[in-house]
Design a protein around this ligand. Structure first.
Ligand code: NAI
Length: 377
């Protein structure tokens, strides 16, 4: 099978998420890196792209040049990844979809619900794939959890509790560090800080495993460091369409917690627990029974969990291979075999609706509000 052609915008040298995309896209031999506009400094981006093996004529200075250069080629890229800072996602994603490219956009997909709805419409109209990189949902044992819930192994889900709380912005003496400060500045980050950055991963995960959507929510936001305009800590209560009760805590000042992303799902006949710092294990307790550790790679896992495991049992598979699983599902989708686990533009706009609703609810002292995007009400 010939490799698909892949390009990336953003994700330049020294960026946080760029390496995970390069490793992920190329891990299974499904994509080759063919084009890129990797940096906000055109010459730096061109140089880095060529050092990564991209031909000089496809090492672009910016995304507009890349769009113009790729769109009329016979051998144009099959997929473009948008891994730039948040405020640029909408215009780049929209422009590439409209020109007939498939897109993988980093989260958050857009800055507003209106923009998110526009992306959903453009993707529908063009028939192109618009995926959003909720990569934690592609860990094999998260797929196992989802399959177990779908198969009724824990009965009807009563309660989901999730945290994405780390402590890496908890040092007040480091609050003015430019790499930290922009996240709490509305001019750079938008209406929400920590919730839009990390909380939406947790909320997406709750929907993903429970196979349900958030319908309404109540939020409490706090800026624990006085100079921060946007929240660095948030607590949400939510309800899902099927009646499941949800609790979510996200924080960047939880000193001592490292990555800090975990989820527990409690059903009528059992409970499940998964944590990103021990991603190969899913903890399962049937009601009245013993707690069991289900290991990635063991016999009897659901198909999706088996398919997305590569190395043998007990060997760790980490974050870049979870991103690689998103690319596996994308390659299948581009070749015409849609995978229902691939997070799409609908997931992206649902997150934006949750962000705007949480901001409004927090401002109104936690009033419960409809958290669905208008287009899905
Ligand atoms: P970063 O600041 O570390 O790197 C951004 C990169 O984009 C730099 O190489 C910069 O030169 C380049 N860039 C900026 N503007 C550009 C433009 N207009 N054209 C081309 N290149 C441009 O940022 P980081 O942390 O890598 O985040 C990027 C995106 O990835 C964000 O939207 C963030 O939310 C998301 N992200 C997602 C994660 C996940 O788990 N899915 C984890 C970390 C980040």
């Amino acid at each position: 099978m010939t490799k698909l052609k892949w390009g990336m915008i953003g994700g330049g040298e020294g960026s946080q998420i760029g390496p995970a995309h390069r490793l992920g896209a190329q891990a299974d031999g499904l994509f080759e890196m063919t084009a890129g506009a990797l940096d906000h400094r055109p010459e730096v981006g061109r140089d880095y792209a060529q050092r990564l093996g991209i031909a000089a004529d496809r090492a672009y200075g910016d995304w507009q040049e890349m769009l113009a250069g790729e769109k009329d080629r016979d051998d144009r890229i099959d997929l473009v990844t948008v891994a730039t800072p948040n405020a640029t996602h909408f215009e780049i994603t929209k422009a590439f979809l409209e020109a007939g490219f498939n897109v993988l956009c980093e989260k958050p997909m857009t800055m507003t619900v209106e923009e998110g709805e526009e992306i959903v419409r453009v993707a529908e109209k063009t028939g192109k794939i618009c995926a959003v990189n909720y990569c934690y949902s592609a860990y094999p044992m998260v797929r196992q959890a989802r399959a177990m819930v779908r198969a009724g192994e824990i009965g009807k889900v009563r309660l989901v509790v999730t945290n994405f709380a780390h402590g890496h912005h908890g040092d007040a003496t480091d609050a003015d560090n430019p790499r930290v400060r922009w996240r709490y500045d509305p001019a750079m980050a938008g209406v929400s800080g920590q919730f839009a950055d990390c909380g939406i991963h947790a909320l997406h995960m709750a929907s993903f495993i429970c196979d349900d959507e958030v319908e309404k929510l109540s939020a409490d936001f706090a800026s624990t460091i006085a100079s921060r305009e946007l929240e660095d800590d948030a607590m949400l209560n939510f309800r899902m369409r099927g009646g499941t009760i949800g609790r979510l805590w996200t924080s960047s000042v939880a000193i001592g917690r490292q990555h800090g992303f975990d989820i527990q799902v409690f059903g009528e006949t059992g409970g499940l627990r998964w944590a990103s710092e021990q991603p190969n294990q899913l903890i399962y307790t049937p009601v009245g029974g013993r707690t069991q550790v289900i290991e990635k790679g063991e016999d009897g896992l659901y198909e999706d969990a088996q398919r997305l495991s590569r190395v043998a049992i007990a060997h760790p598979e980490g974050f870049p291979l979870a991103v690689a699983n998103i690319y596996c599902d994308l390659a299948d989708a581009i070749r015409g075999e849609a995978r229902d686990g691939l997070p799409g533009a609908e997931a992206g706009v649902r997150s934006m609706a949750a962000v705007e609703t949480a901001v409004a609810s927090a401002k109104a002292d936690g009033v419960w509000m409809d958290a669905r995007p208008p287009m899905f009400r």
